[in-house]
Design a protein around this ligand. Structure first.
Ligand SMILES: Nc1ncnc2c1ncn2[C@@H]1O[C@H](COP(=O)(O)OP(=O)(O)O)[C@@H](O)[C@H]1O
Ligand SMILES: [Mg+2]
Length: 307
C-alpha cells in the first residue's frame, strides 16, 4: 500500500500528468490489485494453504504478500513474466529455498493443515511428500532401474524385509515391481522395458524427463511441483509430458510453473498469474483467467502486450 499513497494512482486507469498511462519497467500498466481477484473458490479440499508469504533475497523483495489455496488432485499453473517470482514461490512449497543462504521467508505454508516452516519439520520427509521436477531433466548417471530404485532403497521404503520373505519374493522382485509401476505411471514403461539396465543418460530428453517424474513417484509423493518441465523439450515430447500431467492429477496434486500460456490453458484446472515485483495478481479457474481476466494487467500479459 505504501507505494500507492497518492489516491490518484489507485484507479485502474492511472495516468500521469501527461495523460500517458503509467507503466512498469516491463510495460504493464499500473493497476491496484484487488483481493477478490485472488480469491479462488473451489470445491473439495485445499492441499496447501499459503498465507501472507513474503520472500526476500537480501534486500530484494522477490515475493510480496502472497496468499493462495491449492486444491488437491488437480493441476495448478503458475504463470507470469520472467523474474516475477514463480520459481521462488514453487520452492517455498517444499522448503527448497532453505538451501539459498540469502533467502528469508515470512508467512505460513500449510500442507494438509501442518505448517511446514515450524521447527522440527523433517525436510527429507517433506520433500518426499512434496516432490519436485526441474526444467532440465537430471537423471542420475546410473541405469534406468537404479534411477527409480535409488530413493526407496535409500529411505528404506522398499519392502526388503519380512513381507517379501513371507510372500516368497526376493528383494529384486520387490524392486522390479516398484520400477515397473513407476515407469508405467510415468508413461515410459513401453519405451524402456527391454533396456532397464541401460544408462539413463542414453534416453532422449523427453524420456529423461519422464524418468525424472517416475523417480519422483517412487517415493510416494502427494504433491508434485514442476518448474517449466517441458521448456527444454521438442513439441512431441512436450505433448507427452502434458498428457502425463493430466493423468497424474487424478491421483496427485500438481503445481506447474510454465512460461507457455497455451500449455497452462491446456492442462491446468486453475491458474495463478504473478506479475513483475513478485505480486500474485489474479488466481482463478483457468478458463476464466484466460478468457475473462479481472485485471487489465493480466489481460495485457495474456494477450502478449508485454512480458
Ligand atoms: N538464488 C537467488 N538469489 C538471489 N536472488 C534470486 C535468487 N533466485 C531468484 N532471485 C531473484 O528473485 C526474483 C524472482 O526470481 P524467480 O523466482 O527465479 O522468478 P521466475 O521463476 O518467475 O523467473 C528475481 O528478481 C531473481 O533475480
Ligand atoms: Mg523460474
Amino acid at each position: 500500500m505504501s507505494e500507492n499513497q497518492n489516491p490518484q494512482t489507485q484507479t485502474d486507469t492511472a495516468t500521469t500528468g501527461t495523460d500517458q498511462p503509467l507503466t512498469t519497467t516491463t510495460g504493464e500498466s499500473v493497476e491496484q490489485t484487488r483481493d477478490e481477484w485472488r480469491e479462488y473458490e473451489f470445491e473439495g479440499e485445499s492441499k496447501m494453504t499459503v498465507e501472507n508469504l513474503d520472500v526476500y533475497y537480501g534486500d530484494d523483495h522477490a515475493l510480496k504478500d502472497v496468499s493462495m489455496e491449492i486444491p488437491e488432485q488437480s493441476v495448478t499453473a503458475l504463470i507470469g513474466p520472467s523474474g516475477c517470482g514463480k520459481s521462488t514461490y514453487l520452492r517455498c512449497l517444499n522448503r527448497m529455498n532453505d538451501r539459498i543462504s540469502s533467502a528469508r521467508i515470512d508467512g505460513t505454508v500449510r500442507f494438509d493443515g501442518q505448517d511446514i516452516y515450524q521447527d522440527g519439520v523433517n525436510l527429507v520427509e517433506l520433500r518426499k511428500r512434496v516432490g519436485m521436477v526441474f526444467q532440465s531433466p537430471n537423471p542420475f548417471p546410473k541405469s534406468i532401474r537404479q534411477n527409480i530404485a535409488y530413493g526407496p532403497e535409500k529411505h528404506g521404503d522398499l519392502d526388503t524385509g519380512l513381507l517379501a520373505r513371507l510372500l516368497n519374493r526376493s528383494d529384486e522382485e520387490e524392486r522390479d515391481r516398484l520400477v515397473e509401476r513407476c515407469l508405467r505411471d510415468a508413461a515410459l514403461w513401453d519405451e524402456v522395458n527391454d533396456r532397464l539396465d541401460d544408462n539413463a543418460l542414453g534416453l532422449s530428453g523427453g524420456q529423461q524427463q519422464r524418468l525424472c517424474i517416475a523417480r519422483c513417484l517412487s517415493v510416494d509423493p502427494e504433491i508434485i511441483l514442476m518448474d517449466e518441465p517441458a521448456s527444454a523439450l521438442d513439441p512431441i515430447a512436450t505433448a507427452k509430458i502434458e498428457d502425463l500431467i493430466e493423468d497424474l492429477s487424478e491421483e496427485y496434486t500438481v503445481v506447474i510453473v510454465t512460461h507457455n500460456m497455451q500449455q497452462a490453458a491446456r492442462i491446468s484446472d486453475q491458474t495463478a498469474v504473478f506479475l513483475t515485483g513478485g505480486e500474485l495478481v489474479e488466481y482463478g479457474e483457468t478458463d476464466q483467467v484466460f478468457e475473462d481476466p479481472n485485471s487489465e494487467r493480466v489481460e495485457d500479459y495474456i494477450s502478449g502486450k508485454f512480458g
